[in-house]
Design a binder for this molecule. Structure first.
Ligand code: ADP
Length: 322
């Protein structure tokens, strides 16, 4: 009311002191927090480093183990390779042994007979006897030739799969016509009644005509041989299409397969026929040819007697589609 201004002056130093105290405390707390954070971080880094060192130790150990295993495997492979080549050599020798026995047996007989005829020819001046001997020698040469022809099949590069022969579209009915021309004389001489059923449209398969004809001739020749000692001699040839496959069968009224299974009869050199009459290669060869054509061969004894050999092959159109 009197218009006075009152100034109250006081000392500032306690305020400065308090402010300084606050700043110092904040600085201490901040640096303690920073130290804790840094410590925690370095702890984390240490633990991570330890873990990664442990990992790399483990990796190094695994690497060493892997290297050992690779080395062991390399040695095992070398041992396997050695064993394989020894086995290949041994099985080649075994195959050679298996092959030489029947071949030397089959070839030995006609060769010995030829030697006898030739020895006898030296002392024989009779022209009739000479002619007779020449005929016999001719027969023996033909036999040797037929043995060679059978063996030649196995020496072909196409044998066992990789055939590079031409595959044509062929009618199974023509295959039979071709085979029949070669078999007719034998069939008539043996007094065999021959019947045929076939569709009146082509039965087309993709294959090699001569090879399939060879199979059919083998099967029919076997049928003729199987009826040697039977009174009723009949062969039935069946050609058909069923389930998308071409069928070709040869049924006879012979002795049947007896106790033999087809697998046994397919074994090379297995024959029940007398020496000189069969080498046991016909079915082995036929099976290979049918396999080359993606076909199947089956055989069974028939209830009414005789054997039935049947093969089925993919039809040409199906093979092309495949
Ligand atoms: P091979 O005719 O030279 O003996 P194959 O391999 O053609 O050789 O035949 C093997 C064997 O299979 C014959 O010896 C015979 O015992 C048997 N076999 C083949 N076809 C017939 C058949 N149609 N009937 C009875 N047995 C057969």
């Amino acid at each position: 009311k009197l218009g006075w201004t009152l100034h109250f002056l006081t000392d500032e130093s306690p305020i400065w002191q308090r402010s300084m105290m606050v700043v110092i405390v904040i600085a201490i707390i901040t640096s303690v927090l920073l130290t804790i954070a840094l410590f925690l971080r370095s702890e984390r880094i240490r633990i991570a480093l330890q873990a990664s060192q442990a990992d790399s130790r483990q990796l190094r150990a695994t690497n060493a183990k892997l290297a050992r295993e690779i080395e062991e495997r390399r040695m095992a492979e070398q041992r396997l390779e050695r064993a394989r080549s020894e086995l290949a050599r041994a099985s080649k020798l075994a195959a050679l042994g298996q092959l030489s026995a029947p071949v030397t047996h089959e070839l030995g007989q006609p060769i010995a007979a030829m030697r006898n005829y030739l020895a006898a020819a030296e002392f024989d001046d009779d022209p009739n006897g000479r002619r007779d001997r020449l005929n016999r020698l001719n027969g023996l040469v033909t036999r040797i030739e037929s043995i060679f022809n059978q063996l030649k099949f196995f020496a072909k590069p196409g044998f066992s799969g990789s055939t590079d022969e031409r595959l044509d579209e062929i009618d199974l009915r023509d295959v039979w016509t071709g085979a029949q021309e070669l078999l007719d004389v034998d069939i008539q001489n043996a007094g065999i009644e021959l019947t045929l059923t076939q569709p009146n449209r082509p039965v087309l398969v993709r294959g090699n005509h001569l090879r399939l004809e060879q199979v059919l001739i083998n099967l029919v020749r076997n049928a003729i041989a199987a009826m040697d000692s039977t009174n009723h001699r009949a062969i039935h040839i069946g050609i058909d299409i069923k389930g998308g496959r071409a069928l070709l069968s040869v049924a006879d009224s012979g002795q049947g397969l007896g106790d033999y299974s087809l697998e046994q009869l397919q074994e090379p050199f297995l024959t029940t026929r007398a020496s000189g009459e069969g080498m046991g290669l016909g079915l082995a060869i036929s099976t290979e040819i049918i396999k080359e054509h993606d076909g199947r061969l089956t055989a069974q004894s028939q209830p009414e007697g005789g054997a039935l050999f049947a093969m089925d092959l993919p039809l040409a159109e199906q093979k092309e589609a495949a």
